[in-house]
Design a protein around this ligand. Structure first.
Ligand code: ATP
Ligand code: MG
Length: 384
């Protein structure tokens, strides 16, 4: 008897002719996630089997696989000979000692001497005789013992399904550049696009020395948490201190954030094109703060020339975003106190519905190209 992990995939199953492309990507990502462990990976119609790992690392392997997009469910299973005695021995490990249960059997080997109903009945009977506090409830069981008879004389015995992250394998939907702040929203936005198969690099703007080094370390940590899902290994940082100082000196204070945002988007698009990212991703959610009104989005969006700007959180409430942040494991880091560049020179009353005419008039007071050039001089790349 050997402990193995069954890995079933999600939406890939619906793919037609190009299913192989998605399967290969999933396999690559599983291998990436399990780097450092000894194991074997085998494809079996519609699922994968991880075997030959050290039993002590079973839980660690499951934790890694829970972050591989494209996996629908996982099960820890026992692979045994397919005779009833061996199946029973494995089922005793999988089975709980009390509660209402049922046995579900599936016969891949149609020549097996028992039908699936007979297997379930026989195994159920043996388990009931073994554990006296068990009862059978086929309609509403509190747990299920599952048996899968394979064609090569082996059976897989397992219990309930463990949820995978679903989605599509990262690497199957191009590459995006995430505008990553130190807040709650942007890591979640990156996580959501990665779930659809996008590989992600991040870009962070800082206002050093107005913002401190801890703020930077926090963003590095958030990028690292995200990279456990995305394999994107680059975090870019750019200083916008000089831009904020120029705006502060020359423009109307209530437009500080509006004008700064336009610079952020310009820099993002220019960098994205350089590193062959195909879109810009932000954590904006409609109406959440003053700069995230539709007028604010129009203002920042209008400086982007060709790339799409994806805002996966646009229709989400803060509570929904927080739930996702907790689930992806970023929340505890996101809520650490930190100074964002946007809080430097923050006006008392930011413009909520900035008018395009006013924005352009104020922006005309700045040397946009010169400030852009200076920003790129501060560009740093951190490999995670
Ligand atoms: P977050 O929780 O992601 O910080 P937020 O609710 O604080 O978002 P804003 O500060 O208005 O919202 O920022 C909106 C989006 O702009 C962010 O989600 C992020 O994508 C981008 N952004 C804001 N500040 C920065 C920054 N310092 N560096 C990179 N991107 C930023
Ligand atoms: Mg923020």
């Amino acid at each position: 008897m050997e402990k193995v992990i069954i890995l079933r995939y999600a939406e890939i199953y619906l793919k037609g002719k190009n299913r192989g492309f998605f399967e290969n990507a999933l396999e690559t990502n599983v291998r990436r996630a399990l780097k450092g462990f000894a194991y074997e990976l085998a494809k079996q119609n519609g699922r994968y089997l991880v075997s030959k790992f050290e039993e002590a690392y079973g839980e660690d392997i499951i934790e890694k696989l829970k972050k591989v997009f494209g996996i629908h469910t996982l099960s820890i299973a026992y692979e045994t000979d397919s005779d009833m005695d061996s199946i029973f021995e494995a089922a005793k490990i999988v089975c709980r000692e009390e509660g209402a249960f049922k046995v579900e059997s599936h016969r891949g080997d149609k020549k097996y001497p028992l039908t699936s109903i007979e297997i379930s009945r026989e195994l159920g009977g043996r388990l009931l005789a073994c554990f006296h506090k068990l009862t059978v409830d086929v309609h509403n069981p509190s747990f299920t013992v599952r048996v899968d008879i394979r064609e090569n004389g082996v059976a897989l015995v397992f219990g309930d399904f463990i949820d995978g992250p679903d989605g599509m394998p990262v690497g199957t939907a191009g590459k995006g550049l995430l505008l990553l702040s130190g807040g709650i929203d942007s890591p979640v936005a990156g996580h959501m696009m990665a779930k659809r198969g996008m590989n992600i690099d991040s870009l962070h703007f800082h206002s050093y020395p107005y913002t401190n080094m801890q703020a930077k370390e926090k963003v590095v940590e958030l990028a690292r948490i995200l990279s456990e899902y995305t394999y994107g290994k680059n975090l870019y940082t750019v200083s916008v201190t000089h831009i904020q100082e120029a705006i502060h000196e020359k423009c109307r204070p209530e437009l500080m954030i509006t004008l700064l945002r336009r610079f952020m988007y310009r820099i993002a698009e220019r960098l994205a094109k350089r590193i062959k990212s195909q879109c810009i991703i932000t954590g904006e959610s409609l109406g959440q703060v003053a700069s995230q009104t539709i007028e604010g989005m129009t203002s920042s969006n209008s400086v982007v020339e060709t790339l799409p700007v994806l805002r996966p959180l646009v229709g989400f409430d803060k509570n929904e975003i927080i739930d996702r942040s907790i689930k992806m494991g970023a929340y505890e880091t996101s809520i650490l106190p930190f100074e964002d560049c946007c809080t430097v020179f923050l006006p008392d009353f930011p413009a909520i519905r900035p008018q395009m005419q006013t924005i352009l008039k104020e922006e005309a007071k700045l040397d946009v190209e010169g400030l852009m050039r200076e920003a790129f001089e501060s560009l740093e790349k951190i490999e995670l």
